[in-house]
Design a protein around this ligand. Sequence first.
Ligand code: FE
Length: 267
Amino acid sequence: MSGFEGSFLGANDKISPQAIMECKICWTPYDPAEGDDTRQVLPGTAFLDLPDDWSCSNCDAPKAQFLVSEDPGSDAMREAALLAPRTQALVADFTEVWHAKMRDVPMVNKLLHVQAVGFRIYEGRPLGVLIAPWFMNLIQLPDEGEDWSGLTPGDKEVIAFPSGDYEFLHNTREQTGGYKACSLFSPMGEFRSQNQAVDVASAVMVALFQDEHRAETDRSADIRSTREAELAEAEAAEPEAAAEAVPPTRRQVISAGLAAEPAGDAG
Ligand code: FE
């Protein structure tokens, strides 16, 4: 435990906003969920956001004398730190493709740019949605120790998620190396803004891990057909404003859509 000897000092970047801290002199806790009545600190105030002259409500020990008691957010922070360089490299790679090769291809949607959405570690590997002006894919990257440089582009692999099985294609790029991609949308013409695409991508990352609507089908096809059905419906109802009328929210595109599919004996 000698690592915590000097309290949280020097470890500011290692405690999350949810960290519950403890005075190392008198063991009085500071819980961000409760704040600190005695010093007019509102509930929801992270320890790191306390004023520099804040001190222990019981013994007046300075902020620097507090230790981490419990930090429910630390895993998420570690994961985020791990993922950032990977997703940045991915975005840089595909942004280069965009500028070098795709800009003048007719099918691209120039309202969009390359963005990684909702990346997390799933079964040890980075997984998230990559948005580009010409596609939206689920992307899986290798774990740090894995070498995917030998993947054969075009090979198919079914990967299981709580919501069902999804077909991924193997691929490799010089910069990114080996990766696996499951196509969600391509082309991207129906998206009216980057925000709209990000909303859909975020919804996909939620729906992917929900087992309520699990079905033994190609889930990415479900997501696509749900959206197509919605567009058709909106177009029929209001031809002029069809595009505007279909903000692809989580509820509409994913949850409601998947919930509405034929029941069968899905378990
Ligand atoms: Fe104290």
